[in-house]
Design a binder for this molecule. Structure first.
Ligand SMILES: Cc1cc2nc3c(=O)[nH]c(=O)nc-3n(C[C@H](O)[C@H](O)[C@H](O)COP(=O)(O)OP(=O)(O)OC[C@H]3O[C@@H](n4cnc5c(N)ncnc54)[C@H](O)[C@@H]3O)c2cc1C
Length: 518
């Protein structure tokens, strides 16, 4: 670590402030004397906030940073999420008959076989018609009742089932900022206008007012501008646009329908004519947005679609349009600069992976840099793993489109019959036409998404192996029926014990009580 004597982070979104907290807590704590960390960002304009649904890993990260879970509820408008519900992805039908769930919990094994194998065994014998996520997983029972994954007395960051959050990204960044500043991170307000290069990479950044900030290591968190890594160091971009055509988004915060109405404990992703819309409940508002392909939908059409979907709910701001570019930097770590968040890569938020990618990259970086410093060997390894990881993520997201039976609009035809799949995804889908997914199929295994996640997706989009599971001869239907009954028993207990999302929030006395009640 001897060659990292000081760090400058440019950019103060969620990636920048998470990096500040994380690096202070890890690299900073490992030293005798404090590691100077400075974060530079332009003075922030007031904002209504941005919707952020997370996967469960954020719990571990926040706990490791020493941030009480309660702070997420009091400061970041957080609700809890059991997972995602996908409407209209199979045939473009109504949510009542074209819907599947991707919960966070993994089906438990029963009598030596995965519960999914028992379910398929019964399905193929005509003994069940229950969707996989309802037959095999406990957590989906919490979706419909708007139930909390946490019980009222669950310790912080713990619950009987896995869970993520739905929260306000701007408020989360402010919470992280407060913690970082308390712990000695220096905050410089100003816009970086020039990056000075030297033999070892970046020497300093210059601000609009003439100030100059030097460091031995730089973290680029400037969002899609990627001011340091791509603009100054010239690292090229690996585009995923051939497979992921959505390149725009519009978001619109809405008032809740009723002051004390139910708060949903899942995020919804509904397939639309040229992309998909998200819908999630935060404590104080409802977050909605449309991710769409500009080749097939104009901004005006997207705004009109989103307004129509939110009809009857008061908009809390004007629609906010943003460009998206799917892909990643060819190298996230170049010379003495690491890019995080949108500066390093972006995948549309269909499976809530944006913040996870920042958490994961910080962990990967610190694992390498803490013992070995800024070495060629570590950079090479981190960059290779980073690229592989993005490809795995891409394949999982592309599969949502590629497996759809929708052919009703030019967008869906482009994503299905006209699309060429990434080779590895094509290989996996061909394999899963003949067998159920098992862990050995996923040879890279870096991904957040394992066999259970793929199974929820394949079953949800009705792409089950045409030749059967190959195990039916070995599993008796009686055992499989017992497995299903076992899961249903746990579901009943979970539904009976879990408070509603709103009641859980109301049980946290103080600020949350009044906030959640509005
Ligand atoms: C529409 C949308 C929905 C999303 N939904 C989810 C979701 O549900 N779940 C999820 O996990 N992720 C989601 N993401 C991804 C996630 O919000 C972000 O990608 C991630 O949090 C990282 O943001 P960031 O900090 O890299 O970039 P940004 O938030 O763009 O921050 C960039 C920062 O850099 C600063 N900056 C820029 N230029 C300069 C300069 N010259 N000098 C100084 N500072 C500068 C800016 O002021 C800003 O503070 C979504 C993204 C989008 C676009």
């Amino acid at each position: 670590m001897s060659d990292i004597q000081s760090i400058v982070i440019v950019g103060g979104g969620t990636a920048g402030w998470l990096a500040a907290c994380y690096l202070q807590r890890t690299l900073g704590a490992a030293r005798q004397s404090p590691l100077p960390i400075t974060l530079i960002e332009p003075p922030q304009a007031a904002s209504i906030g941005a919707d952020l649904a997370t996967v469960p890993t954020l719990r571990g990260t926040m706990q490791a940073l020493g941030i009480p879970e309660r702070a997420l509820f009091t400061a970041a408008d957080a609700t809890l999420s059991n997972g995602l519900r996908f409407n209209g992805w199979r045939r473009g039908g109504a949510a009542t008959d074209d819907s599947f769930d991707h919960p966070f919990d993994i089906p438990p094994p029963f009598h030596g076989f995965a519960t999914t194998a028992h379910w398929l065994n019964l399905l193929q014998r005509g003994l069940t018609r229950e969707p996989m996520a309802q037959a095999c997983a406990v957590q989906t029972t919490l979706f419909d009742g708007h139930l909390s994954p946490k019980l009222v007395d669950s310790p912080e960051y713990q619950a009987p089932v896995s869970y993520g959050y739905q929260l306000d990204a701007v408020k989360l960044a402010m919470l992280l900022q407060q913690k970082a500043l308390e712990r000695g991170v220096r905050h410089v307000q100003g816009e970086v206008v020039r990056v000075q290069r030297g033999a070892g990479g970046i020497e300093a950044v210059e601000l609009a007012d003439g100030r100059r900030c030097e460091a031995s290591f730089f973290i680029d968190c400037t969002g899609s501008r990627s001011l340091l890594l791509q603009q100054a160091l010239g690292v090229p971009w690996v585009s995923f646009a051939d497979w992921l055509p959505c390149d725009r988004t519009v978001s619109l915060p809405l008032a809740h329908g009723q002051a004390h109405g139910a708060l949903r404990s899942h995020t919804t992703a509904t397939a639309q004519a040229a992309g998909w819309t998200w819908d999630m409940d935060l404590q104080s508002r409802r977050g909605t947005g449309y991710v769409y392909a500009s080749r097939f939908c104009s901004d005006d059409e997207a705004v009109a679609t989103l307004r129509e979907l939110g009809a009857g709910h008061k908009p809390l701001a004007e629609p906010r349009l943003q460009r998206l570019r799917a892909g990643h930097a060819a190298r996230a770590w170049e010379a003495n600069c690491l890019a995080l968040g949108a500066a390093g890569g972006f995948i549309e938020p269909l499976e809530s992976t944006g913040l996870y990618l920042v958490e994961w990259m910080l962990q990967l970086f610190v694992d390498h840099v803490a013992p070995a410093g800024n070495s060629d060997a570590c950079r090479g390894r981190v960059n290779r793993v980073f690229g592989d990881f993005y490809e795995e993520m891409r394949d999982f997201i592309v599969a949502h489109y590629a497996l759809s039976q929708r052919r009703d609009t030019p967008f869906w035809r482009a994503c299905t019959e006209e699309a060429t799949l990434p080779p590895r995804l094509a290989e996996l889908l061909a394999l899963w036409d003949s067998k159920v997914p098992t862990p050995t199929d996923l040879d890279r295994r870096l991904s957040l998404f394992g066999v259970a996640n793929w199974s929820y997706l394949l079953a949800g989009l009705q792409r089950l192996p045409s030749q059967g599971i190959g195990l039916s001869g070995h599993i008796s239907p009686e055992i499989s029926l017992k497995a299903m009954a076992h899961v249903q028993g746990i579901r009943r207990i979970a539904a009976a014990q879990s408070p509603t999302m709103r009641d859980y929030l109301l049980s946290l006395d103080g600020v949350v009580t009044s906030h959640a009640a509005h």
